[in-house]
Every structure is written in C-alpha cells, then in structure tokens.
Design a protein around this ligand. Structure first.
Ligand code: FES
Ligand SMILES: [Fe+2]
Length: 369
C-alpha cells in the first residue's frame, strides 16, 4: 500500500494452524486490557476540516488536551486546564491568536504561557504559569498530535495517507467511538476471519490466512479471500447500493498493524486505514478511511485537474454508509468482549489465529512490558 507498504525488515514469520499456535485470548489479559498506548507516536485527533473557529477538547490516553487554530489558521494543542482555577480551556475561545479562558479571560499563547490577564492591576505581574503544549502537525486531512516526549516528535512522522488528496482515489470515512480498550479494536481489524459477521454487507468472505510477519513496529497478515466488489467499470460504485451487481472473486487481503494505526489493501482496488486514538482504558476513537482506486481508468487521469477534483468531491463519501454499517456491527462485538472482561476478567477465550498473538505482543512491546 503505497508508502505504508515500504518494506521493513521482518524478523519473524509464522505459519498457521498448529496446536502450538492456539492461544488464549486474554493471556495475561488482565494486564493487556489495561496497557497504555505508546505516547511517542503521532495520533490523528480530528479531521482538519472540522477544526475551525472554536477550540475543541480531545482525550489521548486520559490526557485532556485542547486544540485550536490561531489567526493564521495554524493548529495548536495545549493541556486542557486553566492554571487559574483549573477549569477546561476548551470552553474558551480564540482572540488575537491567543486561547482565552472563558471564566476570567486569562490568555495563553501557543507555547502555553499566560500572556495576559485582563483585570491585572498596574503593580501586579502575570504569575509564572504555563500549561503544557504539544507538537501538532496538519497532514493528509487530519490534525495530528504527539502526546509523548516532544524531543522525540521529529524522529517519527504521522502516517502518510497519500490517497487523501490523490486524484486517483475516491475517499470515504467513518468515525469509530467505542467504550473499549484499543486492543479489542485492533484485534478485530487484524482478524479477517470476522468477515462472517459482515455477511450482509459482503465486503469480503472466506478469508484464509497465508502469512503473518512481525517486527518491533508492525504486524502484517496476508489472507486470501473472496471479494464482492470490483472497480472495473466507471459505474462500479453502484455495487455499493446494488448487491446484485457484486460477484465474488479471489483477492489478496493484506492488513498491517503499523503501530498505532492500521492499514489494509483489498486487491488493487481498495485501500483502508484506521487511525486509532486511544482515549483511555475504556474508550477508543478512530477514523476509518476507505479509498477506491481509479487506476483502471487511465483516460480519466488525462482530463483537466479541475474536473478530476470535481469528480473526487462528487463521489467522496459514497462508501460512508457501508463503513458505518460495518463499524456498527464490529462495535457490538468488541464492546461485548470488553464488558465480559470487566465482569469476568479471569475468563479467557480460545484463539486459533496466530496474528492476534503477534498483535498482543506488539502492544506489550510498545507499552514497554
Ligand atoms: S479559571 Fe481560567 S481565567 Fe480563571
Ligand atoms: Fe469488521
């Protein structure tokens, strides 16, 4: 998948199907389901288009942050607490490029320093108070925040999503907001045998795991599957609405846990991303992105750019209902897993897909356990 499939040395390769690879879901589960996400990565906290005039509150592993844009439209992130009376800065507004607390009007700059107090007496000084600021980038349609050690922020980059602006792709996305630990969501996404759950929508079926590879930063699983959608005609998008047009055909389905995010390709026609935002132990948000490739229509790409942009805009969002339907079905399952874990943490399921063992080990590695 484009940049995200750039080859990384892989150190482990597992086959499949032997008894030794049968694992218990929730092995050491009491700790796995509590592990924090590694903060030293970039997290996509909002679609860039959704951050306009008003500050917005976000959560990143129980850290409360506020994001906002200054006068020049540049996005910033601060700790979401006013050092005066400890209320949320996200209730405030932006004035003159500063974030202004709604309670008494104290003002903060992009570095988190208090720079003005409107009722300060001439003999008084602004107290030396500052809230934490976070590295922020705007890339590929999203606001990305780095919640870890700021000194490490330049050593990694936000996940590239070249399809977001690329004119050879049509995109759709859906929001995931689930009362679960992020491990349940990524396990769901990496175990493509759960196409059974989605038989109504027919995104894929009969997945058969071929290989799973892992290194310290990622797990890659390749499946052979039956795919029901093909983009070989300009009207292929109608398959999204008309099941009678769909024909099963074999495709390679590749899913990659590129910590902390997920990337997938279904044949050459579809690319997907899930940008995970672990908000806390029992809450995960994520942006689920779907891109349909138009590479089979070379004549289309010789047309004027303005026209291709118009086409992209016209058909963007076409797959949203499908995505939201898939997300609804998945959320029912993983929230039930979470509830069962909360009420009976000692109880463990049985697992036959070795991919999940690698996924759980990667979560532990990244959490430093
Ligand atoms: S609580 Fe923020 S200005 Fe007073
Ligand atoms: Fe699913």
């Amino acid at each position: 998948m484009a940049d995200s499939q750039a080859e990384v040395p892989l150190t482990t390769q597992a086959g499949m199907g032997t008894d030794s690879q049968h694992t218990q879901v929730g092995d050491s589960g009491a700790s796995l389901r509590h592990l924090p996400s590694n903060p030293n990565h970039w997290y996509a906290v909002r679609p860039a288009a959704d951050l306009k005039g008003e500050p917005q509150a976000i959560e990143l592993w129980d850290q409360a942050l506020v994001i906002y844009r200054d006068q020049a439209g540049v996005a910033h992130a601060l700790e979401d607490v006013c050092p005066h009376r400890l209320v949320k800065l996200s209730h405030g507004r932006v004035e003159g490029g500063h974030l202004v607390c709604t309670y008494h009007g104290w003002q903060f700059d992009a570095q988190g320093a208090c720079v003005a107090i409107p009722y300060l007496q001439p003999e008084q000084r602004i107290p030396a108070c500052r809230v934490r600021s976070y590295p922020v980038r705007e890339q590929d349609g999203f606001i990305w925040v780095f919640p870890g050690d700021p000194a490490l922020a330049d050593q990694v980059t936000p996940l590239p999503i070249p399809e977001w602006h690329g004119l050879k792709y049509l995109g759709s996305w859906a929001l995931i907001d689930t009362a679960t630990h992020f491990s349940y969501l990524i396990e769901n996404l990496m175990d493509m045998h759960h196409g059974y759950l989605h038989s109504h929508y027919q995104p894929w079926g009969e997945a058969r795991l071929e290989t799973v590879n892992r290194d310290t930063n990622q797990v890659i699983a390749r499946y052979q599957a039956q795919c029901f959608f093909t983009v070989d005609q300009i009207w292929s998008m109608a398959q999204l609405f008309l099941p009678a047009l769909r024909q099963p055909h074999p495709e390679t389905l590749t899913v990659r846990y590129a910590y902390p995010h997920w990337i997938a390709s279904l044949g050459e026609d579809f690319k997907l991303y899930c940008l995970l935002v672990p908000a806390g132990r029992h809450r995960t948000r994520a942006y689920f992105l779907h891109f349909t490739s138009l590479h089979r229509f070379p004549k289309l790409h010789t047309l004027p750019v303005w026209f291709r942009r118009w086409i992209k805009g016209l058909f963007s969002g076409t797959a949203r209902n499908l995505l939201e339907g898939l997300v609804r079905e998945d959320m029912v399952m993983i929230e039930e897993e979470q509830r069962m874990h909360d009420t009976q943490p000692q109880r463990r399921g049985r697992e036959v897909n070795p991919t999940l063992t690698h996924v759980q080990n990667l979560i532990r590695t990244q959490a430093g356990r």
